[in-house]
Design a protein around this ligand. Structure first.
Ligand SMILES: [Zn+2]
Length: 292
């Protein structure tokens, strides 16, 4: 756990890709930027890890050395609400990610649960998703993989992943933690996060259901987001002022509740916006200290 909020990008920024350096060089460069978290993107992986074990281990070692909190984002091609072969393939993709998480010593395996089926109720879909996760966890435990499974709040209304559903999964399945994508919650509720009170209500419902320790060490994603009546359309940078939600409101809630979240920037300006969010929290904290 951490005693300060942490900030970092979802994957390597463009300038780093242009260096053509090994990913294991990234933590050190993020540390030089004053960042201390990184979500490794395994979002296009199939059923086997697409990183070599040695590279993954080096990345993990360098992240620890540079005090960068490492997590991994699993494949987009996962649907735990499906059946038969699709479900089995989804399970294998998550396990591949879990194996890499073990190599890297990543703390959390972030993933999207999948799309509601047309044939069953949302409640039954949720139940099936929980059963699938219990099976995946059993496999992980047999392989001594200790990273948490992190189901993420989903931005599209067709996807399982309302706040309530994510909290239920975390109540029902061991070794899980909720991943709160604030942009997705905003889009799913079509503009639901208007001010700090809206963020506060979410923080309180997480605390009520999963406890203080979980809410204090929350793993989150943040960016501005564009949405339609179906929910999320695309992520935008914090410069795109016509879109929300406002990070300032989340910063107020972080400070007022003394939270130490890991905030991953999923903006197109990955590290730039991570630094911007870090500066907003630090600046607000200084001001609130002076007023006190
Ligand atoms: Zn996200």
């Amino acid at each position: 756990m951490h005693d300060e909020p942490r900030f970092g990008p979802a994957g390597a920024p463009q300038w780093f890709k242009e260096l053509r350096a090994p990913t294991s060089d990234l933590p050190h460069l993020l540390q030089e930027e004053g960042l201390n978290a990184l979500e490794y993107e395994a979002v296009r992986w199939g059923c086997t890890p697409q990183i070599k074990q040695g590279d993954a281990e080096r990345l993990g070692k360098n992240a620890r050395k540079s005090d960068v909190w490492l997590t991994i984002h699993g494949s987009y091609y996962v649907n735990l609400l499906s059946k038969n072969e699709t479900l089995e393939a989804s399970k294998r993709r998550l396990i591949a990610c879990a194996v890499a998480a073990k190599w890297m010593n990543a703390h959390t395996i972030v993933f999207h649960t999948g799309y509601y089926t047309k044939k069953q109720s949302h409640k039954k879909d949720l139940q099936n998703c929980i059963e699938a996760l219990k099976g995946i966890l059993e496999t992980m435990q047999s392989m001594n993989i200790q990273a948490n499974l992190g189901p993420e709040t989903a931005g599209k209304l067709a996807q399982l992943g309302s706040l309530g559903e994510i909290l239920t999964i975390c109540e029902e399945v061991d070794q899980t933690q909720p991943v709160i994508d604030w942009a997705h919650l905003h889009a799913r509720q079509r503009g639901g996060l208007r001010d700090a009170n809206d963020f506060q209500r979410i923080v309180e419902s997480i605390e009520n259901r999963l406890g203080t320790k979980t809410v204090r060490n929350l793993h989150c994603h943040f960016s501005h987001v564009e949405y339609t009546f179906r929910g999320e359309r695309r992520h935008h940078s914090l410069n795109a002022h016509r879109y929300g939600p406002k990070f300032e409101s989340l910063a107020d809630v972080i400070i007022n509740n003394n939270l130490h979240p890991v905030v991953i920037s999923e903006s197109p300006l990955l590290d730039v916006d991570a630094k911007k969010m870090r500066n907003i929290v630090y600046q607000k904290r200084r001001t609130s200290f002076i007023i006190r």
